[in-house]
Design a binder for this molecule. Structure first.
Ligand code: UGA
Length: 442
């Protein structure tokens, strides 16, 4: 724990992924934190040091923060009255039947806070919102007439690295109201440890802060779809997209990170954020500026179809009645999140085509089962591969990247590995007598 010259009392409204990590990290930094959520079951688990989702390092952080007395949880929004800084970290999911973000929870959180605000309090939005939301909510907060103000402070944490990304962010962005110097100094006190460690800070207006968040995710999504578009071309020409990525990645202006071709992006952020961004651009009359994001989305979704086609091809044109082992269900390794997961989507599509899918994942079996109870789930790669006609590697967990083909050779019925994440060495598998196929590679 870093010792702080001015520890603050902070409330965090919404203890989902973002809020739970933020609350624990702020307590770790020395602040007194009250985590608030309407879901009692979630609050009980967090208070017991057991996050309701998988995130490396978070159970330890929750346990030490609650034991120190600096972190408490409540289902009662009135508990926020003790705090002077209030982070709003509720979800902004994609609205049903539309590309736009659903702001119901953000609006409700801010409304419910109003009676508990005092002079000088700062409400800080963390949720990803359409540009223009902060300005609207700033008026709601000032309308309460108690002298509280609002700032927007987007979050850039990655699942799997959420604790590290929150305690040591690569940048801090403060969107503050015009002339609100108080907001900047309060956020400086919140993030004193990161600032002392040299973290760069950008102080700007609301609109820029909101746009920083969605444009960063749009750029990352575009980078991934760019390399997956190259994979499509590679497939038509016999080129190898992984070598292509290495070669262009040596150009420091391009960079090798986020150029891993494969099944593409999923999760609770990139897909919904690019769609929400397009919907907002349309409302603003600048839809042409973001029309390329619709192509980014299409390229991304096409990769899932290509994986199903590849499995069909390897199974002589028909997957029906064939046994398919699926290794990996989470949208990425070190997570149990299956929201818009490319891996789970491919598994479900193959099952719908009549294949006997046996799936496994180190952490995401239960989250997958909750959404798709019709699939068969097992605990290990070897169990999944039992009598399989083909093995699909769809999420690059370390234990799958490190698999020794010999472990599966004796149990499978057909030695064919389809690498949906370009994450194992083809030479090793081919030398072990396996057919190796991947996206974007000969
Ligand atoms: C993403 C951003 O990376 C974070 O900066 C942001 O804060 C977060 O969304 C958010 O808005 O909350 P996350 O969704 O945790 O973080 O996951 P990423 O690491 O970005 O991966 C997203 C997807 O892209 C995964 O399905 C991953 O498998 C895929 N991916 C990533 C690729 O297909 N290729 C790559 O080279 C990299």
């Amino acid at each position: 724990m870093t010792s702080l010259s001015t520890p603050l009392t902070i409330s965090v409204i919404g203890c989902g992924y973002l809020g739970a990590v933020h609350a624990a990290a702020m307590a770790e930094l020395g602040h007194r934190v009250i985590g608030i959520d309407v879901d009692k079951a979630k609050i009980d688990l967090l208070a017991a040091g057991r996050p309701p989702f998988y995130e490396p390092g978070l159970p330890e952080l929750l346990t030490s923060a609650t034991a120190s007395g600096r972190l408490t949880f409540s289902t009662d929004i009135a508990a926020a009255a003790e705090a002077t800084v209030h982070f709003v970290a509720v979800g902004t999911p994609q609205r049903a039947g539309s590309n736009a973000a659903d702001l119901t929870y953000v609006d409700a959180a801010v409304e419910s806070l109003l009676p508990h605000l005092s002079e000088g309090d700062l409400v800080v939005g963390k949720s990803t919102v359409p540009v223009g939301t902060a300005e609207r909510l700033a008026a709601v907060v000032s309308g309460a007439g108690v002298g509280a103000t609002l700032a927007w402070n987007p979050e850039f944490l990655r699942e799997g690295f959420a604790v590290k990304d929150t305690i040591s962010p690569d940048r801090l962005v403060y969107g503050v109201g015009e002339g609100d110097e108080h907001a900047e100094s309060v956020l400086d006190a919140v993030y004193a440890a990161a600032l002392a460690a040299g973290t760069p800070k950008v102080v700007t207006g609301y609109a820029t802060a909101e746009l920083v968040k969605v444009s960063a995710n749009a750029f990352l999504a575009t980078k991934i779809s760019f390399i997956n578009a190259m994979a499509e071309v590679a497939e038509a020409t016999g080129a190898d997209v992984t070598q292509l990525a290495d070669a262009i990645g040596f150009d420091a202006r391009i960079g090798r990170r986020f150029l891993n071709a494969g099944l593409g992006f999923g999760g609770g952020c990139l897909p919904k954020d690019i769609r929400g961004f397009m919907a907002r651009a349309e409302e603003l009359g600048v839809e042409q500026a973001l029309s390329f994001l619709s192509e980014v989305d299409s390229i991304n979704l096409r990769r899932r179809g290509r994986m199903v086609d590849l499995a069909t091809e390897v199974l002589d044109g028909d997957v029906s009645g064939k046994r398919i082992a699926v290794l990996g269900l989470a949208f990425k390794p070190d997570s149990d999140d299956v929201r818009d997961s490319p891996a789970l989507d491919v598994a479900v599509r193959l099952a719908e085509l009549g294949a006997i899918v046996v799936a496994t994942d180190p952490e995401a079996v239960e989250t997958s089962r909750a959404r798709h109870p019709e699939l068969t789930y097992v605990s290990t790669a070897v169990e999944a591969a039992q009598d399989a006609d083909v093995v699909l590697l769809l999420t690059e967990w370390k234990q799958y990247r490190d698999l020794d083909p010999a472990e599966l050779t004796s149990v499978v019925s057909g030695r064919a590995l389809l690498d949906g994440r370009n994450c194992v060495n083809p030479v090793v598998w081919r030398e072990a007598g396996w057919t190796y196929r991947a996206l974007g590679r000969p």
